[in-house]
Design a protein around this ligand. Structure first.
Ligand code: 2P0
Length: 323
C-alpha cells in the first residue's frame, strides 16, 4: 500500500494566468512550459488503516500548511473512503526559489497516490487531478516542451517536443527568498476582477500559443525568445494594472532583465521569463549557459544562481530516497 514518485517543476513560457472556474481550478487560458531535470520532488505515500489523520513531512519536517491541499488531492485520486496516509516528501531545490514547488509536489502526489491505492489511472486523468490541486502541476506530468489546452470541463496536456530533441538550459537567478506578497491564486482572481487588460490577455493567448508551438516545432530560438518575453511582460502588465497593483519584481529582477538584453545584443542565445515572484529564469542554449550564469551571478541583488536542463514527466520510481 505504498509507492514513491518523482516529479520536476516546470517553467511556463506562455503563461497560465487567470481561472475560468475557480471551484474546479480550471485555467482561463492554455499554456506552454518546459519541464526541468535534476530538480525534483520525490514523494512517498503510504495508506495506513491504523492512522487517524493524514501526515505530511517535507525534507523530514512536519508540514501543516500544505497538508489540507494534499489531503484533498489524495481524496480525489483514491476516493474519500480511503485510509489515512503518511506522505513524506524530499525536495532537492529551495522551496522559496520561485520554481512552483507545488507543481512538482502535486504531480508526484497523484502518481504515487494512484499506485499506492492500487488504481490504474491514465496520464490524462492524473494530469487533470494534479491540475485541480494546482493549475501548473498538470504540466509536470509530461516531459520536455509541454502544452496545456483547455477542453470543455477538463484540460488536455501533451508533450510538443521531447527534452532530448532540443536540450535548452534554464538558469534561475534568485533575487529574493522572502515569501510572496500575494499568492498566485489570489493575484489571478484580482487580475480577472480589476485589470483593464485581463480580457485582452485572455483573447490574445491563442495567438501566442500558436507562435510558441511553431517556434518549438521549428526549434527556432529567436522566435521562441520573442514570443516568450512578450507573453511574460503581458502577464505582468495585467498584474501591474490590477487594483491594488500586483508587483512581484524587485530592482534585481530588472537588473537581470537588463543584463539579458545586453547579452542578446552581442548575439548570446538567451531570453528571460518571470513568474509570480521576483526570480528571473534565463532560458539559453547549452553553448551560452556558462556566460549567462556568470553574467547573472555577479549582479548585486542576485543571491544565488541555479542551472537545470529539461527532463521527463512525473513517474514512479524505486523505493529509495535520493541522497
Ligand atoms: C504558470 N504561474 O503558468 C503561471 C505563471 C505563475 C505565473 O501557474 O492557483 O500555483 O494553484 O492553480 O499553478 C502559478 O500558479 O496556481 C502559475 P493555482 P499555480 O506557471
Amino acid at each position: 500500500m505504498h509507492a514513491v514518485a518523482a516529479a520536476a517543476p516546470n517553467i511556463a513560457l506562455i503563461k497560465y494566468w487567470g481561472k475560468r472556474d475557480r471551484a474546479r481550478n480550471l485555467p482561463a487560458v492554455g499554456s506552454i512550459s518546459v519541464t526541468l531535470a535534476e530538480l525534483e520532488t520525490r514523494m512517498r505515500i503510504e495508506f495506513d488503516d491504523t492512522l487517524d489523520a493524514d501526515k505530511l513531512t517535507v525534507n523530514g519536517a512536519t508540514e501543516a500548511r500544505m497538508l489540507p491541499r494534499i489531503s484533498r488531492c489524495l481524496d480525489a485520486v483514491a476516493g474519500t473512503a480511503r485510509s489515512r496516509a503518511r506522505v513524506d516528501s524530499i525536495v532537492n531545490f529551495p522551496v522559496a526559489a520561485g520554481l512552483a514547488s507545488s507543481a512538482s509536489a502535486f504531480a508526484a502526489a497523484v502518481v504515487a497516490a494512484a499506485k499506492a491505492a492500487g488504481r490504474e489511472i491514465d496520464r490524462h486523468t492524473l494530469a487533470n487531478l494534479a491540475g485541480s490541486a494546482s493549475g501548473s502541476a498538470a504540466r509536470s506530468l509530461y516531459g520536455g516542451f509541454v502544452e496545456l489546452e483547455n477542453r470543455d470541463q477538463t484540460v488536455a496536456v501533451h508533450t510538443l517536443r521531447e527534452a532530448e530533441d532540443w536540450p535548452l538550459r534554464v538558469v534561475v537567478a534568485i533575487t529574493s527568498s522572502g515569501p510572496k506578497p500575494v499568492s498566485s491564486g489570489d493575484a489571478m482572481e484580482r487580475s480577472r476582477l480589476t485589470s483593464p487588460f485581463y480580457r485582452r490577455w485572455v483573447d490574445e493567448q491563442p495567438t501566442d500559443l500558436a507562435a510558441a508551438r511553431a517556434a518549438i516545432g521549428a526549434r527556432d530560438f529567436a522566435a521562441l525568445a520573442a514570443i516568450s518575453e512578450h507573453n511574460c511582460l503581458k502577464m505582468h502588465s495585467v498584474m501591474w494594472a490590477s487594483r491594488p497593483p500586483i508587483v512581484y519584481w524587485n530592482s534585481a529582477t530588472l537588473d537581470c532583465m537588463q543584463r539579458i538584453r545586453e547579452l542578446q545584443a552581442v548575439g548570446t542565445e538567451v531570453f528571460f521569463t518571470i513568474d509570480a515572484g521576483p526570480q528571473v529564469k534565463a532560458i539559453c542554449t547549452p553553448d551560452c549557459e556558462a556566460q549567462v550564469k556568470a553574467a547573472l551571478a555577479e549582479l548585486d541583488g542576485v543571491e544565488s544562481v541555479m542551472v537545470s536542463g529539461l527532463g521527463p514527466g512525473a513517474a514512479l520510481t524505486d523505493d529509495e530516497w535520493a541522497t
